[in-house]
Design a protein around this ligand. Sequence first.
Ligand code: NAP
Length: 268
Amino acid sequence: MNIVITGASDGIGASAARQLKALGHNVILVGRNREKTARIAKELDAPYHLADYARLSDVARLAEELNGYERIDVLANNVGGMLSDRILTEDGNEQTFQVNVLGAFLLTNLLMDKLSSSRAKVIQTSSIAANLFSKEFDIDDLQNERGISPIHTYGNTKLCNVLFTRELNRRYGDKISAVAFEPGIVRSNFASESSPFFKIAYHSFLKYLFTISPERSAKRLVRLVTEPFECGEVYGNGKKYKIRLQDDGSLAASLWERCERLTERFVK
Ligand SMILES: NC(=O)c1ccc[n+]([C@@H]2O[C@H](COP(=O)([O-])OP(=O)(O)OC[C@H]3O[C@@H](n4cnc5c(N)ncnc54)[C@H](OP(=O)(O)O)[C@@H]3O)[C@@H](O)[C@H]2O)c1
């Protein structure tokens, strides 16, 4: 199988790439940092591509490159992170929303013909934060103009990953299989671009409590690649994970339409 993993330069993505390569699959790595990504690519003898999701033109170019592969059997949309402040990208979007949500939305849509003809699995890395920190989710404020805290902003984007998965399944479920993934709380490089307070709290304390290694978390992602699942659902540790937010589908549809408007200039 040809398996594209984004956010493959570190943490869960890099671990999943190692495990999938060991199972005999062709892994195609996507990273932001050339040195880090090239290092993993060399280790795995795998091709790699670069894109900074804070620039949507990078994501569009990435899609062009990935469309050059004969087939894509799995797309693991795993890029994600939490920032300290509300920063606008050059595209004019709140950066956490763009990196965690819009980037994967654009990439998946630009690859849709290839994914459809390959009958691909499309996996979104969500988070327990979708339940814990998304309490102030407001579909009318995806750009966080209210200025809610970074952790709530992060939680909202991880909730968006689930809504995107559901709507992806509703629109394209006859051609592709969409699912979301809850990795656990993982001792990775996560939050390295967050506020000094959260970064210190996470890396010196929180991440050693109740956490699992990236390798262990990646096994959960690998299971979604190798085993069947119920489309449109979220899985964590081999089981379905329940997202608290009630949605009759209108929120998911609304998110899709808004993402479509924000990325339309990249879609021919
Ligand atoms: N760690 C946790 O406890 C946890 C829990 C739940 C969910 N998650 C989710 O799991 C996923 C992977 O995170 P991780 O824990 O493995 O953290 P990580 O070690 O920091 O890896 C994150 C990956 O995303 C890439 N990335 C970050 N910002 C990017 C950007 N602007 N453009 C392109 N790539 C970018 C990173 O690239 P660089 O190497 O260049 O930084 C890296 O490859 C994320 O979606 C995260 O939200 C993590």
